[in-house]
Design a binder for this molecule. Sequence first.
Ligand SMILES: Nc1ncnc2c1ncn2[C@@H]1O[C@H](COP(=O)(O)OP(=O)(O)OP(=O)(O)O)[C@@H](O)[C@H]1O
Ligand SMILES: [Mg+2]
Length: 245
Amino acid sequence: MGGIEIHALGKQFQINNRLIPAVCNFELQVSEREFVTIVGKSGCGKTTLLRLICGLENADQGYVRLAGHNGKAFDQRVSIVFQEPRLMPWLTVRQNMAFSLLKENDHQKVDRTVNFFLNMLGLTPFQDAYPRQISGGMAQRTALGRTLCFDPDIILMDEPFGALDAFTRHNLQQELVDIFLSQNKTIIFVTHDVNEAVLLGQRVLVMDKGSIRRELAIDIPYPRDALSKDFYNLREEILRSVLKP
Ligand SMILES: Nc1ncnc2c1ncn2[C@@H]1O[C@H](COP(=O)(O)OP(=O)(O)OP(=O)(O)O)[C@@H](O)[C@H]1O
Ligand SMILES: [Mg+2]
């Protein structure tokens, strides 16, 4: 089960006696195996929202429920991929990916799982390399592989491809769609990039000042053609919503 229910969620921060409302009265229902993308200007609360969903931050108001459970604890069911890979430099690509399986006694099962995702992400030839020996795109793929080995029901992604060149980014976007279609995950993906939001999401949320300003269903089948008229129209509509003062 991997659905998410968010009701009246609120989070404020205090900087030098000034209260910053990061997430305000936020409402959202995400179905199991849904792919939702969130776009919005810098500072509108996207990262805070993801941190609240996975329990890295405590809410001031409202609640997050993961498939009917109280989702405050960071448990087996939810995993977050950050903008930067955050790999452990003293472990190889393979060991980083296998990290969440350290306590698993069935070593053959661990090997099978890690081999499967190394292969899926094109990392098999670099499995024994250390993070300093691989490119940024490979490091981000390793971080994604680590999450997939962990096998969460829900994957939260915070601008995971933001620091990558356009070519690597394009490849990873296609890989993520394949993973979504084959692995039955529920995904919330945050991005600044409207094009990326339309390319990936079944639903795009436009976030502004801590809540949802606009919501659009994307009914175009995968893999999507970014040059098609439907794609262009949706992208323009979302862009106008993001830019609206
Ligand atoms: N730990 C913190 N302490 C104080 N203020 C914070 C903290 N984390 C976030 N904020 C504030 O909350 C607001 C929302 O920040 P958040 O990082 O969620 O935005 P964002 O939409 O992810 O922005 P970006 O697109 O730049 O990553 C900002 O005004 C930020 O200054
Ligand atoms: Mg952010």
